[in-house]
Every structure is written in structure tokens, then in C-alpha cells.
Design a protein around this ligand. Sequence first.
Ligand code: NAD
Ligand code: KPL
Length: 304
Amino acid sequence: MSKRWHILGAGALGGLWAARLFRSGCDVELILRDQQRLASYKTAGGLTLSEGDQSHCYPIPAVSIETCGPISRLLLASKAYDAPAAISQLAPLISADTDVILLQNGLGSQEQVASLIPARCILASSTEGAFRQADFSIVFAGRGHTWLGDPLNAMPPSWLDDLQKSQINHDWTDDIVSRLWRKLALNCAINPLTVLYDCRNGGLLEHQAEVASLCNELSQLLQACGMPTAATGLYEQVLQVINATAANYSSMHQDVTQKRRTEITYLIGYACIAAERQQLELPNLKALNARLCHYLDAHGLPRH
Ligand code: NAD
Ligand code: KPL
């Protein structure tokens, strides 16, 4: 049997991975925050995954952070803002032989995590969609694809076979950083505006000029950061995504509506800091970040 999968973050995406790996016969163990959370999980009897009209509860083994043993393969599936603290708690269990897969959206958290452990860090960018309908109950909301890669080592890991047999659509890529930048740019062009206009993604079709000037600035930023492929055809793809997801609310809009902290620091916040470092003047992006921060303040949500 291949090595054990430890999964920290039994939320939407972590739960989706855990259920699919477990049901295909992989050795999976969830790492929960503490004994209290472990007790709640035991009461729930496992992790429930709903797909269409099918729901199934998987009795995936679980431990708390303090009772977890050494880790050889870790899927870190927390939000970006929780990732450094979570990895610090696990650091004593991680060695140079550990593979850590980072599922966080945006950029910035991956570097923070990598600086805290000696492990190989594999970066991921996913277009799958899942949400938590209750504690330990996940809905698989949209099929998608996950790109995985390691900027420091192009050799694909052997555990990609586990993803294959678990029907987790994926590809190994040597341009994961460029893909993460491209996704970040898409998110910067769409998500903050959907919050400020309180609209579904399709509502941005009424604000195309604003979207176009943002895409122009984001393309300049991608070029300046050495990501020319990620800059190519950005506006066209943003329009495609807006049309394809017209009826959906963006993830940031959902966070704000549900009074949850957003990942702003790792999305538009990261883009603004990168622009400053490049000494690039991007007035529309900067103003959008300021409007979003103001909006979050006014709604009692953290601006980081
Ligand atoms: P989520 O909030 O549903 O799950 C995160 C889980 O991590 C929570 O259960 C939380 O309790 C747990 N966690 C955080 N810190 C912890 C700690 N120290 N110890 C133990 N558990 C801890 O979030 P999500 O929607 O699964 O998103 C995870 C990441 O994946 C985000 O960066 C998100 O942007 C990205 N992403 C999500 C989706 C999606 O459809 N949900 C799609 C693409 C990318
Ligand atoms: O990824 C997204 C999100 O909502 O976070 C899309 C659908 C691309 C919008 O930016």
C-alpha cells in the first residue's frame, strides 16, 4: 500500500479529497484541530460527501493534532490565512522526506508555509467546487481540474497514481507558479467587484469597461513579475469565466455574505504589494483594493 495521506482541514476541499481518496482504498487520516473537534467528528460518524442526489458517509480515521504521528504525505487544505499557523503546529511531525501539498488559493501563503518546514512543497491550483453544508458534511458542487507542480523539482511524485485511482482530475505541470498567478489575476478582476456591486459574476457584464481596465493593469503586473504566459488573453478569459459562471456568486462574495473572513491578503492584497515591489503604478487596482478594504471595515470583517 502507498504511504498514508494525512489531511489537515476537514472543510470543503480537504473533505472532498479525503472522501475520494478513502473510497478508492487509500490510507487516509484526517487531522483535526483538537480533542473537542475529534469528539464532534466521532459523533458525526464520519465525513459525508454529497454529489447530485447521492450522499454517503465515509468513516475516515481521524486524530487530533496532539495525537498525530509522523507525517510522510500531507494535504494542507486550510484557508490561506490559516496555513502558516496550521503548519507550525505540525512542524515537529514533518521531515525533509515529507511531501506537503498546498491547496490554498492565491499567492503568498505557499512561501510562508515553505519557510517553516524542511519538506518538499507541492503547489496546487484547483477549479473544483465544494462547500460545507454542515460540520463534516461536504457538497461536491462543481467538477473541475487541479494543477499540481513544484517550482524547485520538476519530477512528478509517485502518489499521483493515488489521485488517478481516486478520480481526482489533475495534471502535473512545470508552470504551476504561472497558473497560480493567472488564477489570482482572474480572481482580482472578478471577485472584489462582485462584492462591491453585490452581484453575481454575470452582473459584471454591466461593468465591462471597469473589468477591462483592471485586466489591463493586471496584465502589466504579470509581465513585470516575469509571467508573460499568464498575461496573455487575460481580459478574454475573464469575460469567458464571467459568462460561464454568470449565475454564480464568486467565492469572495459568498465569504462576505456569510460574514466569513476573506482571502483578500493572498489575492488583490498580494497583487498590490507585488506592484509596489515592481514600482508599477496601477491606479485602478490600488483604488479597488482600497474600496474593498473600506467595504470590509464597514461590514465588520477583517481587511487582511
Ligand atoms: P474551508 O473553510 O471549508 O476548510 C478549511 C478547513 O481548515 C476548516 O475545516 C478549518 O477548521 C480547518 N483548519 C484551519 N486551521 C486549522 C488547524 N490549525 N487545524 C485543523 N484544522 C484547521 O475552506 P475550503 O473552501 O476548503 O478552502 C480551502 C482552500 O482551498 C482555500 O484557500 C480556498 O480558496 C481554496 N479553494 C477552495 C475551493 C472550494 O470550492 N471550496 C475551490 C478552489 C480553491
Ligand atoms: O474562482 C473564482 C471564485 O469565485 O473564486 C471564479 C469563479 C473564477 C471567479 O473569480
